[in-house]
Design a binder for this molecule. Structure first.
Ligand SMILES: *Cc1c(COP(=O)(O)O)cnc(C)c1O
Length: 309
């Protein structure tokens, strides 16, 4: 079912809050962990997608573009969020979807189509090369459309993600944790927080060692500063892959704290934070902040009853 769309969130006006929880869940030495609940911002354009899209959309509106073209896989939160924002702003959205047209639309694609996005399927090869289908070339050539890269990756996405750091005080924390797909969000946070706090990004793709390079190129730096780390150990087999252990943890976390997570990003993020704290290799008096970037609508592709929330 489509989640009701109730208007564009203004930054800082959503019911965002920070909550304090105790981890690890399994007992042992406990750490106090703050959670920035960006999942509360909006049911569809939840968490980081809105932050990453805002400057692209602003540009489209200011330049009187008619259309927005973007890229994504069949399970992409970015595709749904872009479709929802474009509907709100009266922009025609085109989603270039990797792979052949599926027999049954994924929940994400069905939602995007319902918001009025036109879905254009393209071969994996063309997708990898960022090629626009010929039917859309005209739109771009005549300057009627802006093109947003997959996941909002790019300078405007970085600038938008950096505004996430307005929602907390970086100097109040020793260690931030967030999830990483394209790395746009963590790049923005790194840029905004500088050396005030260390950041650990949990990569949700398997062996995506390009991530470091992509972050460096967004930040126009040679290397990620030493206090920033990308952790590649909690992908659970790859993007959108999961197992019973992850789902059980998500249920346990919800039962203990009331915080819902999704199995693609935030579930893996909290699982990783829990495991890192459980290993006890962090100073107990450190102040931790976990950035819950949303993504909950993705859980609708799980079998009913899998999660207790
Ligand atoms: C897309 C997404 C991410 C990843 O953001 P990147 O900027 O691509 O690294 C993290 N969390 C959620 C919930 C997302 O939807």
């Amino acid at each position: 079912m489509l989640i009701k769309f109730t208007g564009m969130p203004d930054r800082g006006l959503g019911p965002i809050r920070t909550e304090t929880i105790r981890l690890p869940l399994q007992g042992g030495p406990q750490y106090s962990v703050d959670v920035l609940r960006l999942d509360l911002l909006h049911p569809v354009i939840s968490g980081n997608k809105w932050f990453k899209l805002q400057y692209y959309i602003r540009q489209a509106v200011q330049e009187n573009k008619q259309s927005v073209i973007t890229f994504g896989g069949p399970w992409s939160n970015h595709i749904v969020a872009t479709a929802a924002v474009c509907k709100e702003k009266n922009l025609q959205a085109y989603g270039i979807i990797r792979g052949e047209e599926p027999r049954y639309l994924s929940q994400a694609l069905a939602d995007a189509a319902e918001y009025g996005m036109q879905l254009v399927y393209t071969s994996r090869d063309a997708y990898r090369k960022n090629l626009l289908p010929s039917s859309l070339n005209e739109l771009v050539a005549t300057d009627h459309a802006i093109v947003i890269p997959q996941g909002g990756y790019g300078a405007a996405g970085l600038r938008g993600a950096a505004t996430m750091a307005d929602l907390f005080d970086p100097s109040a924390y020793d260690q931030l944790f967030c999830a990483a797909g394209t790395g746009t969000m963590v790049s923005g946070i790194m840029q905004a927080t500088g050396t005030k706090s260390a950041i650990t990004a949990i990569s949700v793709l398997k062996n995506n060692f390009e991530l470091e390079k992509n972050i460096n190129s967004l930040l126009q730096q040679e290397s990620i500063a030493s206090q920033h780390q990308i952790n590649h150990s909690f992908h659970f087999g790859g993007y959108a892959k999961f197992n019973q252990r992850l789902l059980a943890f998500m249920n346990e976390l919800y039962a203990a704290t009331g915080i819902p997570t999704d199995f693609v990003y935030s579930g893996k993020l909290f699982y990783a934070v829990n495991a890192i704290l459980q290993q006890g290799q962090v100073a107990e008096k450190n102040k931790f902040l976990v950035i819950h970037s949303g993504g909950l609508q993705g859980n609708r592709s799980l079998k009913k009853g899998t999660l207790i929330f």
